[in-house]
Design a protein around this ligand. Sequence first.
Ligand code: UD1
Length: 417
Amino acid sequence: MDALLIHGGNPLAGEVRISGAKNAALPILTASLLSAEPLKLGNVPHLKDISTMLALLGHMGVRVTLDDKNHVTLSGESIPHKEAPYEMVKTMRAAILVLGPTLARFGEARVSLPGGCAIGSRPVDLHIKGLQAMGADINIEHGYIHARCKRLQGARIVMDMVTVTGTENLMMAAALADGTTVLENAAREPEVVDLARCLIAMGAKIEGAGSDVITIHGVDSLHGAEYAVMADRIETGTFLVAAAMTGGRVRATHAQPDTLEAVISKLREAGAQVSVGEDWIEIDSDGKLKAVDVRTAPHPAFPTDMQAQFMAMNAVSEGAASVTETIFENRFMHVQELRRLGANIEVSGHTALVRGVPRLDGAIVMATDLRASACLVLAGLVAAGETTIERIYHLDRGYERIEEKLTQLGARIKRVH
Ligand code: UD1
């Protein structure tokens, strides 16, 4: 199994090109199920989760062509298998995103229920309730969600919690429903907006994406389109934290600064200099940072997908700070591993109290989920001596060519098999 070996201590310097956003690309790929015409996508990142989604869509019957490095064309003319099997859903929860579009276009879909996952139970009840409100008949049988309908009907749906993929699933379903759907308490994440833009390019009638009320006027069919996926705000934030921690100066290019306001403001609070252009963000740090309190919440508040990275940063900053996770119930697995590197962190319920230490020491640690593995890479970049990170496949789900990008910025990092 692959591991990453990092020699800490080098400040990062230079430019890094940000990839397309995994969490925008995943729902946008499934939008291909909504139309019989081809959807041509640019800026799709090369990641494990993306290949899993392409394999799933291919299994369902979508014709997938990769014309060059970052272009994917998906043709959903006929979809003989309206099913997402357990084997695929268990490796990637986002597979649930095929439910809404498949049901809306074909009147039937079967998707395996996602099991528990490393960061908590993560149910999909709100996806199901929303589709039922639109008239779907849904049975849970043999571990599968089996949904059927004649044609989905527009409905007013008030979502009990803010759910990102739930909002995306229902927005796609509503695009082909009969009549108008209003999603209240919708997720405002930039990836929801990116999906809405792609759907609008395909002929959907959607208003309000980016606010907590999204109105979708259903249409009879959607057409093909060309669309470029937005920049990955979490990858961007991870590189900014890496530069801040190592006392470096890094410019993230092809980025979308307006999607990172909460993260940038926390980096400034920690003492880093951050400047921003239209599509770039530059960070300059002397490595002497102050610990900052962080509380995760739905967008535009601080993203849960950056929580672990800020935990690593606080671990080597001056002072103490609390990190509170309000989205997921079990998202502190990185704490134990950070402690193995010498971090001083106490967890009480959903809050971790981090007391900065002057230095971390390299050790063997284990990645437990995607963002936890990013946090360990960051810790390794500043730890004295060598850090080995095992189970690095978690990192490959969400970071494109991370060791190559870090090496270009001056890090000493290599993959071993
Ligand atoms: C998405 C992101 C993930 C990010 C998360 C929160 C993708 C592919 N993944 O995940 O990286 O960490 O948003 O920003 O975009 N919930 C329910 N019932 C539901 C749905 C969700 O109770 O039907 C709960 C979840 O358990 C969780 C909270 O709502 O506590 C938010 O989850 P949600 O926004 O749905 O996360 P994902 O869309 O799975």
